[in-house]
Design a binder for this molecule. Structure first.
Ligand code: PLP
Length: 495
């Protein structure tokens, strides 16, 4: 049974909240034990390894003082059930009190290592002192004017700085918004206004957000789209390459050509929107030949190529922007998440010709480019420069990948290891041959990791990938500690 997008045994899963909030999380533990037992039955050769589990010798960052969840978390989560909309209650069963660097401390005083970073937001770490300082400084000056009424220099300055950083040649312009979804929608608006066309092409496995057009472009049915139609018109979908499961780039590019014949003529298409490495879709990097093919198709038909770098942006893939991995350029880049180190901000940065053409007032919004968020974003860029975080992402990524490849050698359930830079994931399967997805094992590993003080997050259309979006500022010791705990969780589940 699946509820709310999570397997029914998931720790912290909403329909089990009352049971999980009982001391000792007995139901959660029972279900995890059951998943482990079933898995071991299927993979008997691995059984018995648990007693060889290497314990973390001396934890440095992780400090667990209570059972997980602790009593204070449980009490707040109990209140949450009566106060907060249920679709939002899909989170871990711990409640944050403070966060710093790569750790989150809960209201019970338990400190966790965070390999999720607010879903790729905390690339500079939680509460980086320079971000906090910039926020305080700007807050004291002014909080809001509405940029479209009384503008401010921070907006212009960040547009200038991003213009020099994005891998788009020639003049660029920037526009700031609040969320990733809002920026995606505005990129499509800009493409429609400039081309005078309506259609948008998005890909299988894509995630572009939850507002109507962005949700239409998002690909996964459950939990994102189920019951939420009718969706926006003129969005067409085609295949995204997947090196593990197929199709390859050639097949995917043929599918795009077929789309033009069977579903929408290319001269009706305003934009092709893609993620250079799919995030929610399972950390699937776009192969260079596929991106080159998209560029050629766009050039041939006058289509705007939009790279959604909401998750890949700001150093995550070992380059400032993932488009730097390719020899071709996008026309518009969509940025959000880690842009402002934890404050809500998003951006579209792109070719001046595309962004100057639409009429004044065609895009906007009350809070677009909030001055406090913009000050934080400027500080994020300073931190990237001063702390060499793009280079650090490569080092962090290499260390994680090496460990993950070892896991693939060791456990047949680890079917694939993939990703660019420090944007890496493992995909769990029941069988290497059939590659049948193992979402329940995935949940069990994440639960076991949380019990041991490591916060992990799944992804993938089958919910069977575990991804890393840890702060790029993570220390070697913290990284090692987190990977040891992750391995311990794998051992507990896979044997
Ligand atoms: N695009 C991508 C690639 C994302 O990963 C996300 C969020 O996960 C979004 C867009 C939507 O961003 P937001 O949640 O800020 O609307």
């Amino acid at each position: 049974m699946r509820v709310g997008g999570r397997e029914s045994h998931r720790l912290g899963q909403r329909n089990e909240r009352s049971s999980l909030l009982e001391p000792g999380c007995q139901l959660g533990e029972r279900v995890v034990r059951e998943v482990v037992r079933l898995h071991r039955g299927q993979d008997a050769s691995r059984a018995g390894r648990a007693d060889r589990l290497p314990r973390v010798a001396a934890t440095r960052a992780i400090e667990l003082r209570t059972e997980i969840p602790g009593p204070r978390s449980r009490a707040i989560l109990e209140r949450e059930r009566r106060a907060v909309a249920r679709p939002l209650i899909v989170h871990e069963p711990i409640v944050a009190a403070r966060a710093r660097g790569s750790t989150i401390t809960d209201v019970d005083g338990n400190t966790f290592l965070d390999f999720v970073g607010g879903v790729g937001v905390a690339n500079v770490g939680h509460n980086h002192p320079r971000i906090v300082e910039a926020v305080v400084e700007q807050s004291e000056r002014f909080l809001h004017t509405d940029f479209t009424v009384v503008p401010y220099e921070g907006y212009v300055e960040l547009a200038e700085r991003l213009g020099t950083l994005v891998p788009i040649s020639g003049g660029t312009r920037g526009a700031f918004f609040n969320s990733g979804a809002e920026a995606v929608e505005n990129a499509v608006k800009l493409a429609r206004l400039t081309t005078g066309r309506h259609a948008v092409i998005a890909f299988e496995g894509a995630f572009h957000g939850r507002t109507l057009l962005a949700l239409t472009m998002t690909s996964r049915t459950h939990p994102y789209k189920k019951g939420l139609g009718p969706f926006a018109p003129e969005v067409y979908r085609t295949s995204f390459p997947n090196a593990y499961r197929g199709p390859d780039s050639e097949v995917a590019l043929h599918a795009l050509e077929r789309l033009f014949t069977a579903h929408v003529p290319p001269d009706h298409v305003a934009a092709i929107v893609f993620e250079p490495q799919q995030g929610e879709g399972g950390f699937l990097p776009a192969p260079p030949e596929f991106v080159a093919g998209l560029r050629t198709t766009c050039d041939e038909h006058g289509i705007v190529l939009v790279a959604d770098e909401v998750q890949t942006g700001f150093g995550r893939t070992g380059r400032m922007f993932a488009m730097e991995h390719f020899d071709v350029e996008a026309d518009l880049l969509v940025l959000a998440k880690s842009i402002a180190g934890g404050l809500p901000l998003s951006a579209v940065v792109g070719r001046a010709s595309l962004m100057d053409d639409p009429h004044p007032g065609a895009i906007g919004g009350t809070f677009i480019g909030n001055p406090v968020a913009l000050a934080a974003a400027a500080a994020v860029l300073d931190v990237f420069e001063d702390e060499g975080l793009v280079e650090r992402a490569v080092v962090v990524g290499d260390a994680i990948r090496a460990r993950m490849l070892g896991w693939r050698e060791r456990w047949s359930a680890v079917g694939d290891v993939r990703g660019l830079g420090a944007m890496l994931a493992i995909e769990l399967v029941h069988d290497r041959g059939t590659k049948s997805p193992a979402p329940a094992l995935t949940e069990a590993v994440i639960d076991e990791a949380l019990r041991r003080g490591l916060i992990l997050l799944k992804s993938g259309v089958y919910g069977n990938c575990i991804r890393v979006l840890c702060p790029l500022t993570i220390s070697d010791a913290e990284l090692d500690e987190g990977l040891v705990v992750w391995e311990e969780a794998l051992e507990a589940v896979l044997g």
